[in-house]
Design a protein around this ligand. Structure first.
Ligand code: ADP
Ligand code: MG
Length: 352
């Protein structure tokens, strides 16, 4: 090393910073869809439509009827670390899906993003950003709510583009994301459309809003998403221990699968793939299933936001419980009891 070869330390510009952040937040089209649909849910939407072309590579459009963004705040929505969801002083008290203020600037850095939005009682407006370059705000004629259109995802990061799978595989991943979010929000209506090519497009998933008490609504929604066969072969679970509540439906051992595809776990309404929870599930079913079989479940752990840290990873699919042993114990014992009960009832029915 010769001393005069040393590169100087420079500040990266915003576009570069956003592209780097996007690498963590937006792995593939499905992660963009997740961020946009979560934003719609956070905005109190009752109906959310998702239009996709070419596996999300050329077009992702999410339309919601939530409370919208006022024109003067639109530029902030696109600026990094700007969020309406937390005030920064209490990272342990998170009630929304979002809180990092990173999704929209990241998407605008790696694709062509247009946000059209209107709050009730005001005119609509729109703002576009393409590869990190922001355009001036313009008026837009739309209904109350928000339409986010993302075209040419990863055009600005060709390396990432190369790693995308087939349109079909990307669409499948998008569909999985939408279905998981739909499970957690039975009172919101979802429509997923494939609008590739010309024509009207094709509805690939639809779940109308369901109402009723917690278990009625959940049962209805799980039927729409996982199928009637699942709900007919699942038992309702409702248990509580020291501030943690476990609710949902657990599939009977006779309805098990050869893989873990039908394991849906949620913490405070957030779909997660958490090792602790998956391990607890395995423990709970150990006496009822052989090792190569996997239960179908949709289970929801709810607790005060300060008992769990969702701030572990930008994609927020991992969580950290303050008391993991307690959560594991709750899941194992609640499911074992429910399954033993169901088995007992089944055997007495046969005997009688
Ligand atoms: P975060 O969700 O972490 O706050 P985002 O970058 O996803 O960060 O969004 C930035 C802000 O833009 C949000 O805090 C919210 O105020 C606003 N926003 C984004 N999407 C919507 C939407 N669909 N409806 C209303 N407001 C939205
Ligand atoms: Mg967000």
């Amino acid at each position: 090393h010769t001393p005069n070869m040393r590169p100087v330390i420079r500040q990266l510009d915003d576009a570069a910073i956003n592209r780097i952040a996007a690498g963590e937040v937006v792995e593939r089209p499905a992660s963009a869809v997740k961020e946009l649909v979560e934003n719609a849910i956070d905005a109190g939407a009752r109906r959310i439509s998702i239009d996709i072309a070419d596996g999300g590579k050329t077009l992702i459009r999410v339309t919601d009827d939530g409370w919208g963004i006022p024109q003067d705040e639109l530029p902030l929505a696109l600026s990094r670390h700007a969020t309406s969801k937390i005030d920064g002083s209490d990272l342990l008290n998170i009630h929304s899906f979002g809180f990092r203020g990173e999704a929209l600037p990241s998407l605008g850095a790696v694709g062509r993003l247009t946000i059209q939005s209107r709050v009730s009682g005001a005119e609509g407006s729109e703002l576009s950003v393409s590869g990190g370059r922001v355009e001036p705000v313009k008026p837009a004629a739309i209904n109350t709510g928000t339409i986010v259109t993302l075209r040419d995802l990863f055009f600005a990061t060709p390396a990432r583009l190369k790693f995308l799978r087939t349109d079909r595989a990307e669409m499948q991943a998008i569909s999985d994301v939408v279905k998981r979010l739909a499970m957690a929000e039975p009172s919101v209506g979802f429509t997923l459309r494939d609008v590739s090519g010309d024509g009207e497009g094709r509805v690939t998933f639809r779940a109308d809003a369901v109402t009723g008490d917690l278990f009625d609504a959940l049962r209805g929604r799980l039927g729409q998403v996982m199928g009637a066969e699942f709900v007919d072969n699942a038992i309702a679970v409702d248990a509580e221990r020291e501030g943690f509540r476990l609710t949902g439906y657990a599939g009977l051992p006779t309805y098990s699968r050869g893989s873990a595809v039908a394991q849906h776990l949620f913490v405070n309404g957030r779909p997660v793939r958490d090792k602790l929870l998956i391990g607890a599930l395995r423990g709970a079913y150990a006496d009822f299933l052989s090792r190569d079989r996997h239960p179908a479940v949709a289970l929801f752990v709810d607790c005060a936001p300060d008992k769990v840290d969702v701030n572990v990873h930008p994609a927020k699919s991992d969580v950290r419980f303050r008391d993991p042993g307690l959560v594991r114990g709750l899941i194992v014992s609640a499911l074992r009891h429910a399954l033993a009960d169901a088995g007992h009832r089944a055997s007495t029915t046969v005997a009688g």
